[in-house]
Design a protein around this ligand. Sequence first.
Ligand code: FAD
Length: 348
Amino acid sequence: MKRKCFWRNPGYKACKPLTGHHKTRYLIIGGGVAGLFIAHYLLKKGVKKITVIDKGIIGSGSTGQSAGMLVAQLETAPIERLATLYGRRAAVRYAQALKDAQGEVRRLIRKGEIACEYKKHSLKFFKNESGKGKHLEESISVNPIKFIQGMAQYLRSRGVVIYENTSLRKVQENIAVTPQGTIRFEHIAYALGTSVRHKTLENYVTTICVTRPLSSKKIRRLRHAGKEMFFHDERQSYLYGKITQDRRLLVGYGDVRRKSTGAAARLHVPHVRSIKRYIRRAIGANVSVHRAWSAAYSLSKKPLPYVSVSRGIIGGAGTQIATIAIASYLASAILGEKHPLNRLFTDR
Ligand SMILES: Cc1cc2nc3c(=O)[nH]c(=O)nc-3n(C[C@H](O)[C@H](O)[C@H](O)COP(=O)(O)OP(=O)(O)OC[C@H]3O[C@@H](n4cnc5c(N)ncnc54)[C@H](O)[C@@H]3O)c2cc1C
C-alpha cells in the first residue's frame, strides 16, 4: 500500500510562478475549488483582469485530495436545522443555491470540455452499515485533480492569469507581496482552505483508501448493494465512497480535529484500519488497498460556512458544492450585486 494520493493528471502543465511586478483588478489567493469558482463567477459577469495565485500547484490543497463526490446535500448544513435557525425561506434558498452550484459544475464541464472522468450517480444514503439505504439525489463524480486543473486551463483560455508556486507573504495596502514579485490589485479575495484563520473555523483530517481494480463480479456485487456512490452516516463519524472509472473501490472515513494549517496530513492509521474492515465486509477478504492518504479540510463550527464580504474571505464550507455556492455569493458581493444568499451571509 502506497501512502500517497491516488489522483493524477499527467497532462497538466503548471503555470509559471510570478516574477516581477503585475497589475490586476481582481486578485484571488488560493487555487482550490473556492478560488477558481470565485474567478469563474466574476468572469461570467463580464469582469476582466482576474488573477489567481496559489502557493503550490492548482488543486494541491484539499480539493485535489478529495474523493471527488460532488453532492448537494448532507452533513454540513441540514436544511431542517437552517430552517429552525434562519427561517424556512432562507433555508430553501440555501438548498437551491447548492443545486445551482451543482448545475454550474455540469455546465462548466460541458462548456470547457473538461476531461475529468465525470459521471452522474444516484447517491445512496445509509443510516447505518446494516441498513438498506435510500437513494438521495443525483450527484456528480469526478477525478478531482483533473476537474480542478482542467478548470484552471479553461479559465486561462478565457483570460484569467494564474501563477502557481506563488505564495502570498503579505499585503501592503493594495499590493500583494510574494517571494519573487508583487501584484497591485483593486479587489482581493482569500480562498485559502485550511489556512484561513477565524474563530468559527476548525480543520479536520479525513482519510481515503483506494483498492486495486476489482473483478467484474466484485463490481457487480458492489453495484447491487448500492455502492456506486454511497454515504454511511455512522454515529461517531461517516463513511463515504464510490467506484472509480477504472473499477476500484474508493472509501473515505473519519474526521479528526487538528490544530495546524495546511491540507496535507500524515496518514491516519486508525482510519485506514476502519476503512479496511469496511472493505472486507463489502467485498470479501482478498482485496488489497493500493493507495491511502489523509488530508485536512476546513469546517465551520456554525451551520453555515464563513464568508466575510468586507475582508473578501471564504472558508469552512466542508463540501465542494457548498464552497461553490458561497463562491457565487462572494463574487456577486464583490461586484456589489444582489444574490439569493444575501440575507443569510452578513459578516459574522
Ligand atoms: C480526504 C478528503 C476528501 C474529501 N472529499 C470530498 C468529497 O468527496 N466531496 C466534497 O464535496 N468535499 C470533499 N472534501 C472537502 C473538500 O475537498 C473541501 O471542502 C474543498 O476542496 C475546499 O476547497 P478550498 O478551495 O476552500 O480549499 P483548498 O482546496 O485547500 O484550496 C486552498 C488553496 O489555497 C492555497 N493557499 C493557501 N495559503 C496560500 C498562500 N499564502 N498563498 C497562496 N496560496 C495559498 C493552497 O495551496 C490551496 O491550493 C474532502 C476533503 C478531504 C481532505
